[in-house]
Each structure stands twice: as C-alpha cells, then as structure tokens.
Write a protein that binds this ligand. Structure first.
Ligand code: ADP
Length: 431
C-alpha cells in the first residue's frame, strides 16, 4: 500500500485510540470520537474545497499547497497540469507553424466545417477564390463561390477529379480545385493557379490547328493536280509544264513552312548560343544584300548598306543570319518595286543596333504588338503570294531573345517600316 495512505490510516487509528482513552476518562467516548473524526473530516473537506475551487478557476493561480495524502494528490495533479500545458504549448506552436506555412503557400487553402462554412483560409485564397480570412469565417462557401459547376462539385461528394474554374476575383486567372474530406465530414479545399498551363495548352491547340491549316491548302492543290494528271490519257507538254510549275510552287511553300518550323523548334530547344563565336556583321550584311538583290530581281529595289566595320557580335552566326535575312526579305517582299531599303549596323551608346528600313506599305499601329506571334499576318493573301510562312518575325524574336537583344518596330502605313535589333554591350565586340 502507498505510504501516504498508511499515514492516513494511522491518523484515523490514532483518533480512534485517543477517543477511547479520553472517552474512558470523561465517560463520553462517542462525543470525543465525533469531535476527533469531525475534525479529520473538516480538515479533509478543506482540501477538497481548495481543489474544487482551483478546478473551477484554474487561471487564478497554481494549485494550492496541502499536507498529508492530499499534498501528494495535489503534487500529482500539479505534474499532470504541467505536462498538459507543455503539450498544449507544443501543439499550439505546431499549429502556428502549420498556419504560417499554409498561409505562405501559393495554392489557396480553405478549411470547411461539416456544413461547408468557412473556418480558415490562407492568403492565396483571396486572389484565387475571393475568400478573405477572417472576414468570411462562418460564411457558407457556396454563398461566396456561386459558379454552378462548383456548387455541383461540392455537393456531389466525389472528389477524385479536379474541377477547373475561373477565379471569382480575377476573370483571367484559371484555378484547378481539389476537395479533400478529413476529420468528421470536414473538407479541405485546395485551389491551384493553372493559368499558365491553360494558356500553354490553348497555344498548343492553336499552333497545331494553324500548322494543319497552312499545310492543308498546298497539299489539297498538289493532290488535285496529281489526280487530274492521273486521269488524263494524254497531255500536251505545255499543259504539263503549267501543272508542274504550280505543283513546284506548292511543294516549295510546304518546304519553307517545314524549314521555318524546324528552325523555330531548334531555337526553342537548343542550348543558348555560345558567347565565344564572333560574327563579322559587315561581311554578313554584304552577303545578305546580294541575296536580297536576287530576291528583288526585276523589282530593282535600291538596297544600301551602312556599317561600322569595327563592330562585331558575340553569338551564333547561323541564328543571326536567319534573323537578319528574315527582316531583309520582309523589307523586299513588302516594299513596292523601286523602293529603298537601308541596312544599318552601328553603335548607339554602349549598345549596337542593326536596322532595316524600307519605304514599303507600312503596318497599322494596332498590328505591331502581335507581329512576332506565330502565323500572325496583316494580310494573309499578300504574305502567301510573296512566299511568306507567317513565322519569320517569330524566328527573329527567338533569335534576339537568345542573344539578350530586343526588337523595336516603327511603321507608318504608306510610308514604310523600320525594324531595329538592339544588342546589349556584353554582346558587342569592338576592334
Ligand atoms: P510573313 O511570312 O507573313 O512575312 P512574318 O512573321 O515575317 O510573316 O511577318 C508577319 C507580318 O508582318 C507579315 O505578314 C506582314 O504583314 C508584316 N510585315 C513584316 N515585315 C514587314 C515590312 N517590312 N513591311 C510591312 N509589313 C511587314
């Protein structure tokens, strides 16, 4: 038996013996015993009252001191309370850390009660789902997120699949929602910003549709001519030549398209151009001028080159040739016969600029921001008639990006255009 308990038994036995002794002396043993045990009960009740009072208002202070077996009971309770408060501190520390981590998450996190009332939400929930904590605590989530698709999803109770919605706060933000039930029918709503992925997916779909469309026309023409030739029993040489010319033109168009697509894909996937290769821009422009004169042919554009011989470029010769020739070819193709085309390579401050100016048809201001998008053309028929694929300026943009350079376009309808490639100081070599 516990020593404390033995002591209490000894006290009770002592009271009994003392009562018997004094009872024998006074002739009132019961009265003496009643006093003795009454005193013991009062002493015990005092500690019981202290304990009761402390239990009712624990915040008022520490558990009181006591003697005897009660003292031991109080000591044990004190230990338990200390342990519990330590565990509580640990738990609340963990909860605070968890809330801080969840608050800092880029994904929206919302905790819902059994009745779909908002209990807690992190910061991202405001931007992605329009839910603000603590303002919206206690509000039913379907009252804030009123999209019918979302209400269905929440009610259905099957959350294996995610749901995509647009953010109620910003219409151009796409959010993928996933609900996870936990505890006693509570729910955790997680919203992830998928705007970039959605946009990429859209771009991919447009791109495939555009490429298919671009290939379909020449393929249809080619197929038509092959079929016609197959059905002819005899054919005059003159007609055959005419047919073959058209077939040649269409296959050339497909070849140019595939070549441009391959160039673009290489630019997107290849490692950045080495800095140690040096391109002699003056020499490059002289050879591109010759090619442009060939392309101009009978149209006899006046093509001039003004270059600073002392300036070179660190970068890929192949890529820069592709970008510059695209700009020069465009100038030839979109400038009427006899027009002037100026190719300028010079230093501007610490930078160096390659500029192509023409006196061609020009471009309306509203088209300029979109010119470097794939397959964007101001006049599709005009572009195709001159052998365009709609990818030239996309290639230019990619090459310049890979050389830390930027493209500036100025144009005026009916007066001409200027395409400026600006290379930063670290790409420029001065001799
Ligand atoms: P394309 O193969 O159609 O020329 P690009 O990407 O090279 O494709 O150019 C996109 C569009 O920009 C062209 O279709 C054309 O409308 C316009 N453009 C490009 N360069 C010029 C220029 N020098 N003058 C007028 N329009 C131009």
């Amino acid at each position: 038996m516990h020593p404390g308990l033995w002591r209490e038994i000894w006290i009770l036995a002592g009271i009994a013996v003392a009562s018997l002794f004094f009872g024998a002396l006074t002739g009132r043993p019961f009265l003496i015993a009643a006093f003795g045990f009454g005193f013991y009960i009062a002493w015990t009740l005092r500690y019981l009252r202290l304990l009761h009072r402390w239990l009712l208002d624990r915040r008022a202070g520490d558990i009181p001191e006591a003697g005897g077996l009660w003292g031991e009971v109080f000591d044990e309770i004190r230990k338990l309370v200390k342990q519990a408060s330590r565990r509580q501190d640990q738990l609340s520390g963990m909860l605070t850390r968890f809330q801080k981590a969840a608050s800092a998450m880029p994904d929206a996190v919302v905790v819902l009660s059994q009745d779909d009332d908002i209990e807690w939400a992190n910061r991202s929930a405001a931007k992605l789902l329009g839910i603000r904590y603590p303002r919206d605590v206690g509000v039913r989530l379907p009252n804030l997120m009123r999209e019918p698709d979302f209400a269905d999803y929440l009610q259905r109770g099957e959350y294996a699949e995610t749901l995509e919605i647009t953010s109620p706060e910003y219409r151009d933000v796409h959010v993928s929602i996933q609900i996870t039930p936990f505890g006693s029918s509570q729910k955790l709503v997680i919203g992830r910003d998928v705007t970039r992925i959605t946009r990429l997916e859209q771009m991919r779909r447009h791109f495939v549709a555009n490429v298919s469309h671009e290939l379909r026309t020449p393929l249809t023409v080619l197929g038509g001519y092959v079929e016609t030739l197959r059905q002819m029993d005899e054919i005059k040489m003159k007609d055959l030549k005419k047919h073959l010319d058209i077939m040649h033109e269409q296959s050339g168009r497909m070849q140019r398209l595939v070549a441009d697509l391959l160039t673009l894909s290489k630019l997107e996937t290849a490692a950045p151009p080495a800095q140690d290769e040096t391109v002699d821009v003056t020499k490059l422009l002289e050879s591109l001028k010759e090619q442009a004169e060939l392309l101009s042919g009978e149209q006899r554009h006046r093509i001039t080159v003004e270059t600073d011989h002392s300036l070179g470029l660190h970068g890929s010769r192949e890529e820069l040739t592709s970008a510059f020739s695209n700009l020069i070819n465009n100038a030839v193709r979109y400038t009427p016969a006899g027009g002037a085309i100026r190719l300028i390579w010079h230093a501007v401050g610490d930078n160096a600029e390659f500029t192509v100016s023409d006196t061609g048809e020009g471009i309306a201001a509203r088209h300029i921001p979109y010119l470097t998008e794939r397959f964007y053309r101001v006049d599709t028929a005009r572009s195709r008639a001159s052998g365009g694929t709609g990818l030239g300026l996309s290639i230019v943009k990619h090459v310049l990006l890979r050389h830390d350079a930027k493209l500036e376009i100025e144009s005026e309808v009916g007066r001409g255009s200027t395409f400026r490639c600006i290379f930063p100081e670290h790409r420029v070599m001065r001799s």
